[in-house]
Structures are given as structure tokens and as C-alpha cells.
Design a binder for this molecule. Structure first.
Ligand SMILES: CCCCCCC/C=C/C(=O)SCCNC(=O)CCNC(=O)[C@H](O)C(C)(C)COP(=O)(O)OP(=O)(O)OC[C@H]1O[C@@H](n2cnc3c(N)ncnc32)[C@H](O)[C@@H]1OP(=O)(O)O
Length: 303
């Protein structure tokens, strides 16, 4: 449990994060796509080759919509306490992710979007708004929740501390429909998936170091949550968007259970107007590992 005397809500809520810049190249885009399994089963997959190769040159490759989730990770204070709030970074798990957006250099503004005392854990929400340099146009909004095991219990249990600065209808916990899914897609992660994904910038040893993973409570390194999310959204682009990534508008997901690199993932999809509810299961364990929803700009012509 957290030490309640270390908790200072005023200090925490008034904390200003430094502005950061995120810059990327076509190479980063392609490395990311490979990291989330694009062309993993079939190197000349016509739906996916465009994320890593274009016959006219690399500047023409397509950017996966989940690429923008990377803007958040470079700028969040991983492995550090925040002013007025203490936690053990080794016990941190990515809990949720929400993003709405595409350009090559951004200014990223971080802010604290929420903090909740769940007793056994604290849920810390961080919002990252990415703006185009020069015009200042808002290009992407990411909100991530970190589930900080062992950092709860910092407030009065009869009135646990809870703070959120965004509308409740943006929360991603979702009820999966009872009926059969509209579409299903099965894909294999590789045993080396996390080692490849980390090259996109998330070097947390939880995903690569067996000793670190053990301290965090896992028999071996686990997959990055955002890698699993990348697999899920690729499945939706394939099955619902008929290969067109630009149809994706917003993405939300809650990480329900860890995934081991090498596991086969089954993504089930339910279509409700312009919303896709999805659930990802680890096939061999038959357990749900991620669920959420995606909003679409429209439906693919062939649906
Ligand atoms: C400073 C921020 C830096 C962030 C950097 C991100 C670095 C990335 C790391 C990773 O990628 S880790 C790998 C991906 N994540 C995972 O594998 C996590 C998978 N999920 C789980 O293991 C579990 O769901 C959990 C998060 C351990 C929670 O399970 P548990 O059984 O302990 O919780 P519950 O008893 O069900 O719920 C308690 C309480 O918390 C709320 N809650 C539950 N899950 C989440 C979640 N995923 N996100 C946010 N909140 C969650 C839940 O609603 C309960 O609240 P109440 O309903 O009681 O109010």
C-alpha cells in the first residue's frame, strides 16, 4: 500500500509537465508496423505491404492509425515519481488507451487527466495532446491509464480519492454484445514480438528482461499493451475497413490481462453503426486480454 503521507493532491494536480517534441521518419513508421505484426504471416500481403514498402519510395508508405499511440510514450514520466505521488514503476501496468487521429514533427503537451484510489492499486490517467509545429493545429489526442499496483490506499477508504477532467462517456470499459461477432481475425504474435516492438521506443524491461518480469510478478517478459492494441486495430482494418486505415477515427481499449509474446490472438468484432466493438482473446488460454471500441469515419464501400 502507498504511504498516505506522501500523497499531496494539490502538488500533483498543479504539476506542469514539460512540453516535448516527437519527430519521426518513414523508417520509424515501417519499424512500428512490423512491431505490431504487419506482414508477419505473409510478407507480400496486399493489405499490409503499404505500411512498410511503396514502389515509388519510402515517403509514400502508409501510417497505421495506432502509430500515434507512440507520441504518448516518449513523453510520459515512466519510472519516476510524480510530485505529491509515489509509486513503484516495476509494478506499473498499462491499463487503458484512448486516442483520436496524422503529420512528422509534433509538440506534445502532457497533463494529468485523472487519478483514482482503487485500494490495491492507483489508476493514473495522462493525456497527451499533439500539435503541429507552426500552425498549432491539434493532430492527435492520446489518453493512457497506468494501473499502479501497490500504489493505492493513499486516501480515506470511506471516500477514496477520485479525479477526472474529461467526460465520462469517453471511458473505454465496454460490454461486449451477446450475439456472434460480425467478423473474426486470428493472428500469431512471434516469440520475439516484444523485442521488435520495443524498437519503436518503449524500452521498459518488463517486456525484455526475465529477472525484471519476475519482480513484476510474471514468469517471463510480457507483450506491450500497445502492441496488442496494434494487432487488434490491424484486424479491424482488415476485416471491417477492407484494408483502408483512413476509415479509423478514434480508438479505445482496456487491457484486461497480460499477453505473452508468441501467443495467438483472436480478435472478435461487432459492428454497431459506425462503431466497432472488439475483444481480443489469447487463443490457447481462451481468455480475453483486451476489449474496446473503434469509431469509424464511414463504412468501407464493399461492406
Ligand atoms: C506514468 C504512466 C506511464 C505509462 C506507461 C505505459 C507502459 C506500458 C506498460 C505495458 O504495456 S504493461 C502490459 C499491458 N498491460 C497489461 O498487460 C495489463 C493487463 N490487465 C491486467 O492485468 C488487469 O486487468 C489489471 C490491470 C491488473 C487489473 O486487474 P484486477 O483484477 O487487479 O482489477 P479489478 O479488481 O478488476 O479492478 C480494480 C479496479 O480498477 C479498475 N480497473 C481494472 N482494470 C483496469 C484497467 N485495465 N484500466 C483502468 N482501470 C482498471 C476497475 O474498474 C476497478 O475499479 P472499481 O470498479 O472498483 O472502481
Amino acid at each position: 500500500m502507498a504511504d498516505p503521507s506522501a500523497f499531496n493532491p494539490q502538488l500533483l494536480l498543479s504539476h506542469k509537465f514539460p512540453e516535448t517534441t516527437y519527430t519521426y521518419t518513414e523508417r520509424d513508421v515501417a519499424v512500428y508496423a512490423l512491431g505490431v505484426g504487419a506482414c508477419g504471416r505473409y510478407a507480400i500481403d496486399t493489405d499490409e505491404l503499404k505500411y512498410v514498402y511503396h514502389e515509388k519510395g519510402q515517403q509514400f508508405i502508409k501510417v497505421l492509425p495506432t502509430f500515434s499511440t507512440l507520441f504518448s510514450l516518449g513523453s510520459v514520466p515512466q519510472g519516476k515519481d510524480l510530485p505529491g505521488f509515489r509509486f513503484d514503476p516495476r509494478l506499473l501496468l498499462h491499463g487503458q488507451q484512448h486516442r483520436s487521429i496524422q503529420a512528422s514533427s509534433f509538440k506534445c503537451h502532457l497533463s494529468l487527466a485523472g487519478l483514482h484510489d482503487k485500494g490495491k492499486a492507483a489508476v493514473l490517467e495522462i493525456e497527451i495532446r499533439s500539435y503541429e509545429e507552426g500552425s498549432g493545429e491539434l493532430l492527435s489526442l492520446n489518453r493512457l491509464s497506468a494501473f499502479l499496483r501497490g500504489a493505492g490506499g493513499f486516501s480515506d477508504p470511506s471516500q477514496p480519492f477520485t479525479y477526472r477532467d474529461y467526460p465520462a462517456n469517453q471511458l473505454s470499459a465496454i460490454r461486449v454484445p451477446e450475439g456472434p461477432p460480425y467478423a473474426v481475425f486470428e493472428d500469431c504474435t512471434q516469440p520475439s514480438q516484444a523485442l521488435l516492438y520495443r524498437l519503436s521506443g518503449d524500452y521498459n524491461p518488463l517486456h525484455s528482461d526475465p529477472m525484471f518480469a519476475e519482480v513484476a510478478g510474471f514468469p517471463r517478459p510480457i507483450l506491450h499493451g500497445l502492441c496488442t492494441l496494434g494487432f487488434a486495430v490491424r484486424a479491424i482494418i482488415k476485416r471491417i475497413c477492407r484494408g483502408d486505415p483512413d476509415i479509423i477515427k478514434t480508438i479505445s481499449g482496456r487491457f484486461l490481462l497480460h499477453v505473452y509474446p508468441g501467443e495467438t490472438l483472436i480478435t472478435e468484432m461487432w459492428l454497431q453503426d459506425l462503431r466497432v466493438i472488439y475483444r481480443v482473446k489469447a487463443k490457447d488460454r481462451n481468455l480475453a486480454v483486451l476489449s474496446g471500441f473503434v469509431h469509424l469515419h464511414g463504412l468501407a464501400a464493399s461492406l
